[in-house]
Design a protein. Structure first.
Length: 171
């Protein structure tokens, strides 16, 4: 081979060498393993107790208090108590005229409730004026869940009541 031919082939050899060296350095990525949301484990939040409701309020027809169960809550539990009183002179605090209904509703149940449809509640305590509540809620996956505490006067009862409630969520 003469030197002119070598000079013409030199750029072709250099390009071929660059091409092969760069393709050899690129490693193919291994396919990523796909995890389902329920297979993911997240760290437990530092504060695993949350006050849901701690207040006194007036009740004529119904009052609701929304709360969220955070995502990745393995064993959420709502616990607390409420007491109701009639705001009339001469009525004893333990009298059944102070009774209220208490409901825990999920989002779908609450939507039915506000539309006036009689539906099922996640938890209910009917006609009580002093009630302790301890309810386990379903575990959450990767999305939080909304619930509602609903206090309502018994149907047909127009007596105004005062309610003291204290509820905490553990998860």
């Amino acid at each position: 081979m003469n030197s002119k031919m070598r000079i013409r082939l030199l750029p072709a050899f250099l390009l071929a060498a660059i091409f092969f060296s760069t393709s050899a350095c690129q490693k193919k990525k291994a396919p990523e393993e796909q995890l389902l949301p329920m297979d993911r484990i997240a760290p437990t939040p530092a504060d695993t107790t949350r006050t849901v409701l701690r207040k006194s309020f007036a009740l004529s027809t119904s009052v609701n208090f929304p709360f969220d169960v955070p995502s990745h809550a393995a064993m959420p539990r709502l616990h607390g108590n409420y007491r109701s009183f009639v705001r009339q002179l001469g009525v004893q605090p333990n009298d059944d005229t102070a009774n209220v209904d208490f409901l825990i509703l999920n989002e779908d149940q609450y939507a039915d409730f506000i539309q006036g449809h009689a539906g099922e509640a996640f938890f209910s305590a009917a006609a009580s004026h002093n009630q302790d509540v301890n309810v386990s809620l379903p575990p959450t996956q990767d999305q939080p869940r909304k619930y509602y505490l609903v206090f309502r006067n018994s149907p047909g009862d127009a007596t105004k009541k005062a309610v003291q409630a204290d509820f905490t969520l553990d998860f």
